[in-house]
Design a protein around this ligand. Structure first.
Ligand SMILES: [Zn+2]
Length: 408
């Protein structure tokens, strides 16, 4: 059997006055997604445990069938995996932002989008000043860099569950004083951050707005069983987002880079669609993640969100569905990771709608793919990570829906 999962990031939303009281999914012309709803089943799943931050790293982990409560160890380990950095069992990865702080205020969590070459030089200065064979400052892209701790079994871990750090993007235009690292190992992180102020002040690089580093998102390698041993299916991932590339690597998926995939509204949808169609010849499961719908919500732009959805439907869902049909037995799943509300311009919590069709999936009553038809469905996954097992191996019928609702 061949499988496809298409993720319009953050597409789940509320009815919009500007769309005549409809949600973006209801307003968009998405004939292929609606076909999947009509020929198959619609339902809803909650991918974000209330105790965790709502974001693609958490919610996509759920969507891929892994409980983030069990397996999400922080953002930095996913980014390390995206960079091809392997973490041993005693190692830690820490996200190392280059930031601009003036008079105790977080002016920019990106150091005004610090250029790559300057970012690399600054991280190099930190490595020369404070790095060692145990603590490696590793340049990434722009303001997004890493600090890796190489641990030894006989030594106590520098950090733990009690280590608290704050994402700098949560502090924009606000005071940082109450949000410095706390708990286990916080003095280590604080020393590096203090040291970076001296180091950057001594070397005034032209064009640099970075006043210091900001350390956060620490974690160890997640101890997860890769996807194929777990579900019996070899996967491939198409995404422009680093965190998801890292997650795919940890799952043992092939990561396909598509030229023109930007992670933004101008992404080359058709190129992603073609890459997905091609990948289906090699692998059992192709996953296509599109960030543009989420970006439109962050900008509060309902029209752009609807347009992005229509592009996804035409250039990705349509061709992938056609290819799957030509290959014989298949299943397709459309689902966002988390809701991103146009109203608040930020990620939210709660159910997202999904639609699935294909071999062994008996049609339910749904005619369209949207939040309302999903809410009316009997397929409801309070633990979003149970959906993948059902998608790959489960039966989809009214009977299955009844047994599923019994688990609630
Ligand atoms: Zn987002």
């Amino acid at each position: 059997m061949k499988y496809a999962l298409i993720i319009p990031d953050g597409v789940a939303d509320e009815p919009q006055a500007s769309l005549g009281g409809r949600t973006p999914l209801q307003a968009a012309r998405v004939p292929h997604m609606d076909t999947i709803a009509r020929l198959g089943c619609v339902g809803r799943a909650d991918n974000t445990p209330p105790s965790m931050p709502s974001g693609s790293d958490v919610a996509t982990m759920s969507l891929f069938g892994y409980s983030p409560l069990q397996y999400h160890t922080g953002r930095a380990p996913l980014e390390a995996a995206a960079q091809g950095i392997t973490l041993g069992p005693w190692d830690w990865a820490v996200r190392c932002n280059l930031v601009t702080i003036h008079d105790g205020i977080m002016v920019s969590f990106t150091a005004e989008q610090v250029p790559n070459d300057i970012g690399t030089q600054l991280i190099g200065l930190m490595q020369a000043d404070s790095g060692s064979d145990r603590w490696e400052f590793i340049p990434g892209v722009s303001y997004r860099n890493l600090l890796i701790y190489r641990g030894r079994p006989e030594e106590p871990s520098p950090f733990g569950p009690g280590t608290k750090t704050t994402p700098p993007h949560d502090l924009t235009d606000g005071p940082v004083g109450d949000h410095l690292p706390q708990g286990t190992g916080s003095e280590i992180l604080q020393n590096f951050m203090d040291q970076s102020i001296q180091v950057f002040a001594q070397r005034d690089l032209a064009g640099s707005h970075a006043t210091q580093i900001w350390l956060w998102g620490q974690g160890q390698a997640p101890a997860l069983t890769p996807f194929k041993p777990r579900f019996g299916v070899q996967g491939a991932m198409i995404t422009a987002v680093d965190l998801l590339r890292g997650l795919a690597r940890l799952l043992g998926w092939k990561v396909i880079d598509v030229p023109g995939a930007t992670g933004y509204l101008d992404t080359d949808y058709a190129a992603k669609g073609r890459a997905a169609v091609q990948a289906l010849d090699d692998v059992d499961l192709v996953v296509v993640h599109v960030e543009a719908t989420d970006e439109a919500s962050h900008e509060g732009n309902a029209t752009a969100k609807v347009e992005a959805l229509e592009q996804i439907d035409e250039h990705i869902v349509g061709p992938v569905l056609e290819k799957l049909r030509s290959l014989g037995e298949h299943r397709i799943l459309i689902s966002p990771d988390h809701p991103t509300f146009l109203r608040t311009k930020t990620h939210s919590y709660g159910f997202v709608p999904f639609a699935t069709s294909g071999t062994g999936i008996s049609p339910d009553a749904s005619q369209t793919y949207d939040e309302a038809s999903a809410a009316a469905s009997r397929f409801e996954f309070l633990h979003g990570w149970d959906l993948m097992e059902q998608f790959i191996k489960g039966g989809w019928s009214a009977e299955a829906a009844r047994s599923e609702s019994k688990h609630k």
